[in-house]
Write a protein that binds this ligand. Structure first.
Ligand SMILES: [Zn+2]
Length: 187
């Protein structure tokens, strides 16, 4: 995401990180404690849920279209897909960041947001604007640019090392590095 929309998303994520109290995060320690931030700064409770379709108002989903995460503003809860979280811990972090992005950027009243696996995209922008914005927010929050630039230099651009430091998936890290450091063409 580029342009005014992308700048707005980045500024919101950076402001949130700047406002995290020092006792919670010193602005440098990796990985960014995303669950502590949503809990302590936003009062949102993260739940790992086996059956996402149990959420009030959950849409019927086809076999391959599992829900990765959802935001229940009325309950102050983020639900993450427990099976995905067990198999891909970095994915859990990204989903939490994505749902916080919806909370910050897109929340209208008490309406719940349901995010299918195919819309919580770590790698490519192929989905609707608010889904892409939420994923961009997650990337800005979990891989802040000042820390990524520094760590990228420190480990000579080794993607696996960066994934370990930021507790990121390879897909999310490759996209982020492409955006910030390799001059990925705008889209
Ligand atoms: Zn979403």
């Amino acid at each position: 995401m580029t342009g005014a929309g992308g700048d707005r998303v980045r500024e919101q994520a950076e402001r949130i990180l700047a406002d995290v109290p020092a006792w919670l995060w010193d602005g440098e320690r990796l990985p960014v404690p995303v669950e502590d931030i949503v809990d302590s700064c936003f009062g949102l409770h993260v739940r790992d849920v086996e059956d996402m379709s149990a959420a009030p108002g959950a849409p019927a989903v086809d076999g391959g279209q599992q829900l990765s995460g959802l935001l229940l503003p009325a309950r102050g809860e983020i639900w993450v897909n427990a099976d995905e979280a067990r198999r891909w811990p970095p994915r859990r972090r990204f989903t939490i960041g994505h749902e916080l992005g919806h909370w910050v950027l897109h929340r209208t009243g008490q309406e719940s947001l349901f995010c299918r696996r195919t819309t919580v995209q770590e790698a490519r922008a192929v989905v609707a604007d608010i889904e892409e914005e939420a994923s961009q927010f997650a990337a800005e929050l979990l891989m802040p640019r000042w820390l990524l630039v520094r760590e990228h230099a420190a480990c000579n651009g080794d993607i696996d090392a960066l994934c370990a430091r930021f507790a990121s998936s390879r897909a999310a890290m490759e996209r982020r590095v492409g955006q910030l450091l390799v001059g990925e063409p705008p889209r």
